[in-house]
Design a binder for this molecule. Structure first.
Ligand code: BGC
Length: 466
């Protein structure tokens, strides 16, 4: 299918839609799980497993999809991911007990993991260099919209057993709508021009590029020539990940682990529970706290969308790391020094700043960068590795957060002190290890990486050459 007649907005909207399902399917469970627990008479361990089964599925889905996408193309696998979303959402809507729910959530996890490994590379490969920051941020924008919609769906269906179906079934089933949209969209979307060149399909790549760039001042033929030059470089296959692309692998893994270890999902998944347990908030208010977080997160990501191509990625990351370190650092100190009553309101405000810091920087940029820093030949696999690191980090934080909270007698200062440590580590990581990618074409980024590795190798061999 060619890009003909499709507007750029349509392409990037549908291209990023996997993000909406990612956000929805991870966000929905916080509201649905207590209802499922009482409906199926589950123990807390079983409920915990239903929550984390998506994360297990995602890690596996993310890891397995990349090499397939280097072989079969980004588009075909997006279609596959959307089918998995449809199956997983239907099964979870109609699950009859613990086992069937776990199976459904693992399938959903596969879909979420696949989408998270496919979408960043796909968007980066479609975008032109001057707008790649904002267009790539569409993925995170969709994630945050998905999270917000999940909270709204929780709020709207709670206690409404429509057509004889329990509220939680509607909550989980509402994911079918975006899944169907993704399915239709992914059939119509064009294949990535870079993947097409890599596979020798230059004419179709030219067509797609001409269509994508028709309302920009970018020259599609020049871009095509650049892509061909890179595609003609000697290929090392997967070995490239251990040779000149090794720095990209390391940066991707650390970016993604740190994105999770700063603790964002303790807020996205668990904050209502923190307020109930730590600050004795009534349970009925919990869902409103979620909606508030969802709105702040989404609005700040719109801001990120607008600034992403105006400042260097490193500058924005550094800004985010500093805002997060200060806000949760202060939060931690306050919760160890003030009494519970006095700490509640400042905690809420500081969490607002913390979400702002994350949403304008680490939220979008990590996904954006894994789409940018890998060479064409192994871009799919590289994205898989980065994305899987993210899901593994997410799993670790989600597993240990409540336990950590318990260890500190429900004082949020405890877990947030740990997150502050990682936020501070992230400052140094950005300064010393993260490359700058703004304004460069994917091909320029790859050539720079190749040259750096060649220079390093030459320097290593120099003393022997004497
Ligand atoms: C992270 C998710 C997180 C979300 C919050 C994403 O970038 O990968 O784990 O829930 O941001 O907005």
């Amino acid at each position: 299918m060619r890009a003909r007649h499709l507007s750029t907005f349509f392409i990037f909207f549908f291209g990023a839609l996997g993000g909406l399902l990612f956000g929805f399917d991870t966000g929905i469970i916080s509201g649905a799980s207590p209802l499922i627990e009482s409906n199926f008479n589950l123990g807390t361990e079983q409920t915990g497993f239903i929550v984390s089964s998506v994360l297990i599925g995602s890690s596996v889905g993310a890891l397995s999809i990349g090499s397939l996408s280097d072989r079969f193309g980004r588009k075909r696998l997006l279609v596959l991911a959307s089918i998995l979303f449809l199956i997983g959402s239907s099964l979870s809507m109609f699950a009859v007990g613990f086992i069937s729910m776990v199976i459904a959530r693992i399938i959903l996890g596969f879909a979420v993991g696949s989408a998270s490994a496919l979408t960043p590379a796909y968007l980066a490969e479609l975008a032109d260099a001057p707008h790649r920051g904002s267009l790539g941020t569409m993925f995170q924008l969709m994630i945050t919209l998905g999270i917000l919609l999940a909270y709204v769906s929780n709020l709207s269906f709670l206690h409404h057993n429509l057509l004889g179906l329990r509220d939680w079934r509607w909550m989980l089933g509402s994911a079918l709508i975006p899944a169907l949209l993704l399915f239709i969209g992914s059939i119509i979307l064009p294949e990535s021009p870079r993947y097409l060149v890599e596979k020798g399909n230059v004419d179709e790549a030219r067509d797609v590029l001409h269509e994508l760039r028709k309302n920009t001042d970018q020259d599609p033929d020049k871009e095509l020539a650049g892509i061909q030059e890179v595609a003609n470089q000697p290929r090392g296959g997967l070995k490239e990940l251990f040779t000149f692309a090794r720095p990209a692998v390391i940066v991707a893994i650390l970016l993604m682990l740190l994105q999770q270890l700063v603790g964002i999902n303790s807020v996205i998944y668990f904050l209502p529970q923190v307020f109930i347990k730590g600050f004795n908030f009534p349970e009925s208010n919990a869902i409103w706290i979620s909606v508030g977080i969802g709105i702040v997160n989404f609005v700040c990501t719109i801001l990120a969308y607008n600034i992403m191509d105006k400042f260097n990625r490193k500058t924005i990351l550094l800004f985010g790391s500093i805002v997060m370190s200060i806000s949760i650092g202060v939060l931690s100190v306050l919760n160890f020094t003030l009494n519970v009553q006095a700490a509640a309101v400042p905690t809420m405000i500081l969490i607002g700043f913390y979400i702002f810091g994350f949403a304008v920087s680490w939220g979008p940029i990590c996904w954006l960068m894994i789409g940018e820093i890998f060479p064409l030949n192994v871009r799919g696999v590289g994205n898989s590795i980065g994305s899987a690191a993210n899901w593994i980090g997410n799993f670790i934080v989600s597993q240990f957060f409540l336990e950590l909270l318990h260890m500190f007698n429900n004082n949020v200062g405890g877990p947030f002190a740990v997150f502050t440590f990682f936020a501070i580590v992230s400052i140094f990581f950005v300064i010393y290890m993260v490359p700058e990618t703004r304004g460069k074409s994917l091909e320029e980024i790859e050539m720079e990486m190749r040259q750096k590795a060649a220079l390093k190798a030459a320097a290593k061999n120099a003393p022997n050459a004497k």
